[in-house]
Design a protein around this ligand. Structure first.
Ligand code: ADP
Ligand code: ZN
Length: 708
């Protein structure tokens, strides 16, 4: 089995070796066993069911929670030359019937559907009449009632065990706390399944957390390190999302807002643009999350503090799915803590619930103020130990400067105490700095013994001291919602002088406030130009096929092309991620960009010229294909290309009646999005049989018309 699996991996997917536990998982399922797979984002879960799906006879059924996710997966599989379809409510009756026909005829290898669809008695009965290779339940944590992605329909998926006896089932997720895992196994009836747990580490993500100073400037400095890259900027409120996005646009950054308060079409449009275009910055609340399958998100920036380490891990985890270096950057300040506290104070829920939330926030704060390796603590939080500091986080790279803050801390603590534990940071700092304002006078605080004793430090330094006292739980924020501080039990030893306190020294020079990201740029300067050319070609092909660019090739494949510089199709086949189908489809295109005028590429160009010439001379595409001994699909591809470059008109390329043409064009144009739908989408909607290549040509002509 292993041999065959490896052969599929190389031939179909174009990868050299399995990663981590992939081979074991595939072995287990391909031989008919059940599996529970916990693997971090970007770990390569899809292959774990796709390869056994190919090795076993019959249809592989994949349960997935979101239509957007399904479409992406289906497009990816189709690009690999595999036969996959998604069954969902957005399809026309006819399109659904066609998929059913394909299933019955055994023409489909993978079927994606949402649980509510799968669980319909009719669907179950239909699937029972077919040969099913395996059932994969993706995003299986949706079955957990404790998680944030809970989907009630997932609860019933357990019944598949009885409905499909003998069919191997597997559940996959990137969420893996103990509780969710147990719940998944129990509810999905996978208690007996082999369990494969990979670590939580995302080694390619560089973590950096900087004290918030001038957040917009800091963000901008960070973004300059990422010019041309796609990324997400998370903000807490909708208002801030809009303000930040507008401001970034003013500064010349390609930014889009996203939050649950925007009209649904606009939101969908922004999401689609983020997936389909290169280098966009999505400024978003956490409403922008699951369903983001884009593999080349190069950075995630937080302008506000997430409310727990789990949230931080999940949000930053959207960066770097492709395994290439990615950045998780955050600016955090005292204000964040106060704000989250206020939200918590105002939230529903009992005391116990609030206490739990508070503990989660405390853990997040501790991560922020850490002076040692971030990754060690982050993984530690999930019960995993990293024996050595990681060498790929800010604290590992630039050891933190600390100072003895014992004396300053004592001053701060006694000021809190003497003023009655009823005031917020601003007022406390006024007292320490000996300010003589109205609020101080009204309270008579100019008479306190600590009034003016803190002049040795500046306002910002005091903020830093208070922030760290809170983060270390020496001081508590009152849950009254006003941000009053009071002493925590744990500060006694420090107050009495029995303990000392080392504090982080905040560095606030912009040059060193965290603008330097991971020290390994994805692309060397010298390769920039070629890289952009490869991306441009990929975008062109993606548009022509109506799929997102990363579905054509992930960034990691383009990077490998830069590294290997293939000059022949033979070399090209050795590039990571170039399987046989993509080699045939795109190999020559990319060889051309790489400048390797390999013999094969020349052949391709010559073929294209010939096809064009024959059609211009009056042959139909079918005749040209026969004459050249080429597949019809390929000839149409060349004709579509000819239309794009203006060397051929649509009328010359295809031969269909005006009424039918108009009907098809309407299908392309009647989608309410900025971009034309892909050929496959339209093919599905049409209730008439039509060569896909013809649709490619019609689409190319429309694109040409619209953009020209
Ligand atoms: P997950 O679903 O676990 O987040 P994916 O299945 O999307 O991860 O895989 C992440 C990326 O890694 C994809 O681009 C995928 O093609 C790639 N990948 C998966 N397995 C391998 C492998 N064995 N070798 C190289 N790349 C791989
Ligand atoms: Zn580290």
């Amino acid at each position: 089995m292993r041999e065959q699996a490896l052969q599929q991996l190389r031939d179909v997917f174009g990868y050299g070796e399995f990663r981590g536990q992939q081979a074991d998982i595939i072995d287990q399922v391909a031989c008919g066993g059940d599996a529970l797979v916990l693997m971090p984002t970007g770990g390569g879960k899809s292959l774990c069911y796709q390869v056994p799906g190919l090795l076993r006879q019959g249809l592989t059924v994949v349960v997935s929670p979101l239509i957007a996710l399904m479409d992406d997966q289906v497009a990816t599989l189709n690009e690999l030359g595999l036969r996959a379809a998604a069954l969902n409510s957005t399809l026309s009756e006819d399109a659904q019937r066609e998929i059913a026909r394909q299933m019955r005829a055994g023409e489909l290898e993978f079927l994606y559907l949402a649980p509510e669809r799968l669980l319909k008695p009719r669907t179950i009965a239909f699937l029972q009449s077919l040969q099913i290779a395996l059932i994969a339940i993706d995003e299986a944590h949706c079955v957990s009632q404790w998680g944030h992605d809970f989907r009630p329909e997932y609860l019933q998926l357990g019944q598949l065990a009885e409905q499909f006896p003998g069919v191997p089932r597997m559940a996959l997720t990137a969420t893996a706390d103990e509780r969710t895992r147990a719940e998944m196994a129990q509810r999905l009836k996978l208690e007996q399944a082999a369990c494969f747990i990979s670590g939580f580490d995302r080694p390619n993500i560089f973590y950096r957390i900087v004290p918030k100073d001038k957040p917009r400037q800091q963000l901008q400095a960070f973004l300059r390190e990422h010019r041309g890259n796609a990324g997400i900027v998370y903000c807490l409120s909708r208002r801030k999302v809009e303000d930040t996005a507008a401001w970034l646009c003013d500064q010349g950054w390609p930014a889009l807002p996203y939050h649950a308060g925007l009209p649904a079409e606009l939101r969908a449009n922004h999401q689609k643009r983020f997936l389909n275009e290169e280098g966009l910055i999505m400024v978003a609340t956490i409403a922008f999350g699951m369903g983001i399958d884009k593999s080349n998100v190069r950075f995630v920036a937080h302008l506000d503090l997430p409310k727990s380490v789990e949230a931080y891990y999940q949000e930053t985890g959207r960066a770097g799915r492709d395994g290439l270096p990615a950045d998780a950057w955050m600016a955090y300040g005292l204000q964040d803590v106060l704000m989250l506290n206020q939200i918590m104070a105002g939230s529903e829920g009992d005391e116990r619930h609030k206490r739990i939330e508070r503990h989660k926030l405390d853990a997040m704060l501790a991560l922020c103020e850490l002076t040692s390796c971030r990754r060690q603590t982050l993984l530690g939080y999930f019960g995993e130990t990293l024996p050595e500091p990681c060498g790929n986080c800010d604290n590992c790279l630039e050891p933190v400067d600390t100072w003895d803050g014992s004396e300053a801390a004592r001053m701060a603590l006694s000021t809190i105490y003497r003023s009655g534990q009823r005031y917020g940071v601003g007022h406390l700092i006024d007292i320490l700095l000996g300010r003589d304002n109205e609020k101080v006078r009204n309270a008579g605080h100019q008479h306190l013994s600590t009034w003016g004793i803190g002049k040795g430090l500046g306002e910002n330094e005091w903020r830093s001291v208070f922030r760290q006292l809170i983060a270390r739980a020496l001081v508590e924020i009152d849950l009254d919602g006003y941000g009053s501080l009071r002493l925590a039990e744990s500060c006694r030893a420090l107050l009495r002088g029995e303990e000392s306190l080392q504090l982080r020294r905040d560095v606030s020079k912009p040059s060193s406030s965290g603008t330097r990201s991971s020290n390994k740029p994805v692309i060397a300067e010298a390769d920039r130009e070629l890289w952009e050319a490869l991306r441009a070609r990929r975008k062109q092909l993606a548009d022509a096929h109506g799929v997102p660019p990363y579905v054509i090739f992930p960034d990691s494949t383009l990077v490998d092309m830069l590294r290997q510089r293939p000059t022949t199709l033979q070399d090209m086949s050795l590039v990571s991620g170039v399987g046989s189908h993509k080699l045939e489809r795109y190999g020559a295109d990319f060889l051309q960009v790489l400048g390797g005028e390999g013999a094969q590429a020349d052949n391709e160009t010559r073929d294209a010229h010939e096809a064009l010439a024959l059609v211009l001379a009056g042959m139909t595409a079918e005749q040209a294909a026969a004459q050249l001994g080429q597949p019809l699909r390929k000839v149409y591809g060349q004709l579509a290309q000819g239309i794009s470059t203006g060397n051929l008109t649509l009328e010359q390329a295809i031969d269909i009646g005006p009424a039918q043409l108009e009907r098809i064009q309407d299908h392309f144009l009647n989608h309410d999005s900025d971009e034309l739908p892909g050929v496959r989408t339209v093919a599905r909607e049409l209730d008439e049989p039509i060569e896909e290549g013809v649709l490619h040509c019609i689409r190319a002509a429309l694109v040409q018309e619209i953009s020209g």
